[in-house]
Design a protein around this ligand. Structure first.
Ligand code: NAD
Length: 423
């Protein structure tokens, strides 16, 4: 029995959407389970000459709308290897829904290796051998038209390049960059990838602001987790006229009601290692940060941050979930009752997968777009995703999280019905 099984949570969300859409039990069962989940042995010779065996996974949830798409993480969740299997299954399902909600012609996948390269002090050479052996082991089930991995927790463009290189050598080809996304620019990566998630979240906020009739000029923003996603969400919201008044990281939270320039805060964090102590700011607790009176709250750190108690005390108009799963299910009905509009994670942080898709398209064409061209194409996907979700939330009288799932599930079911079952 797995504690807090993420796959059970993912399936509950699917069940909710199936109920609203009146989907039959057989189709629901088809959508719940991944198409395939493989668990592989990764034997590697370590620097000390000894063999160590790691465990890796790839879950391929659904490919009715296009090839599987999703990250590869190097992580060791507390629940152990068995928990990790359930986690990648859940994450692969969420990738299916995330791609569908912003209408990307791809399905859902996720994978990873049970290890922590940071705490275990695995050398660069060892990490490369682990990565290449994993790529070798799964090379038959991935491919530019089959399953396209990407970076995830504790993996970067470096590992993606090693996977690409291993795949190309195994298949006797020299130019197959579409096997993987999140690559460095020099080997076929896309411009705008580094800002993608924040820029996408900012586009979502802009659309939500129209709905709640909030003027972005002067709107107050609170950022939880001043990392990649939060920094660029803040920066682009500033460009749209908003003002960041509070931010946090793993070391603490700060506020300055007069405004904090994200560029300056980033510079400070890079020098001092934290946002705490930023000149002119006051230190506050996490709870105070989340319940600060503001217009836009951007949880961009960890899951399970907004519980029922925090939800009752929220004083914002829009929540943009840049992080995955920052709101507990118990908080959703409270937030809905308070008429706060939530941009759910599968929509708010879909900028990353949008640009991954656009990277793959550029790789397939062998022709590369400018930053503005990529950003514009992403904007089209995200704004349509937001408007379609909002329309369904009104039609079914449900919150935006349910509406996003309804939209995603209906799109996958439509593709499944078009294809039919064979053999
Ligand atoms: P990151 O590592 O760049 O930043 C994470 C930030 O959160 C760091 O500043 C860290 O100090 C802070 N943090 C950690 N624990 C905290 C705590 N208890 N309280 C407050 N802050 C804390 O990571 P990221 O890429 O920005 O990802 C953040 C979230 O966004 C994650 O949930 C991730 O899954 C999600 N996300 C990111 C992307 C992306 O492309 N970056 C895409 C989709 C989803």
């Amino acid at each position: 029995m797995i504690k807090n099984d993420p796959f059970v949570n993912a399936t509950k969300q699917l069940d909710d959407a199936c109920k609203i859409l009146k989907i039959d039990q057989g189709t629901r069962d088809y959508l719940a389970m991944p198409n395939k989940i493989i668990r592989v042995k990764i034997p590697v010779k370590m620097d000390n000459g000894k063999i160590r065996v790691f465990t890796g996974f790839r879950s391929q949830h659904n490919n009715d709308r296009g090839p599987y798409k999703g990250g590869i993480r190097y992580f060791n969740p507390e629940g152990g290897v068995e928990y990790m299997e359930r986690e990648v299954m859940a994450l692969s399902a969420w990738m299916t829904w995330k791609c569908a909600v912003v209408d990307i012609p791809m399905g859902g996948g996720k994978g990873g290796i049970y290890l922590n390269a940071k705490t275990e002090k695995i050398s660069d050479g060892e990490l490369e051998r682990i990565t290449r052996r994993f790529a070798f082991t799964i090379s038959e089930i991935i491919g530019p038209q089959k399953d396209i991995p990407a970076p995830d927790v504790y993996t970067t463009g470096r590992e993606m390049t090693q996977i690409m290189d291993t795949y190309e050598k195994l298949h006797g080809v020299t130019n197959q960059p579409g096997i993987i996304t999140g690559k460095p620019i020099s080997v076929g990566g896309s411009l705008a990838r580094n800002v993608a998630t924040g820029l996408g979240a900012a586009y979502c906020v802009r659309e939500a602001a129209k709905v709640v009739k909030l003027k972005l000029k002067g709107a107050k923003v609170v950022l939880q987790g001043f990392g990649n996603a939060a920094t660029f969400t803040g920066e682009y919201l500033e460009k749209m006229g908003a003002k960041v008044i509070a931010a946090s990281d793993s070391k603490g939270s700060i506020i300055n009601p007069n405004g904090i320039k994200t560029n300056n805060l980033l510079e400070y964090k890079q020098k001092k290692g934290s946002v705490v102590g930023y000149p002119g700011s006051k230190k506050i607790s996490t709870e105070e940060l989340l319940t600060t009176k503001c217009d836009i709250l951007v949880p961009a750190a960890l899951e399970n941050q907004i519980n029922a108690k925090i939800a009752n005390n929220l004083k914002c108009k829009i929540i943009a979930e840049a992080a995955n799963g920052p709101t507990l299910p118990e908080a959703d009905p409270i937030i809905y009752k308070k008429k706060i509009i939530v941009i759910p994670d599968i929509l708010a942080n879909s900028g990353g997968v949008c640009i991954s898709y656009l990277e793959w398209v550029q790789n397939n064409m062998g022709y590369y777009w400018t930053f503005n061209e990529v950003a514009k194409k992403m904007e089209d996907h995200i704004t349509r995703g937001f408007r379609d979700t909002y329309a369904l939330s009104k039609k079914h009288q449900v919150d935006m999280r349910r509406a996003a799932m309804v939209l995603a599930v209906s799109r996958v079911v439509e593709a499944f019905n078009q294809r039919g079952l064979w053999p």
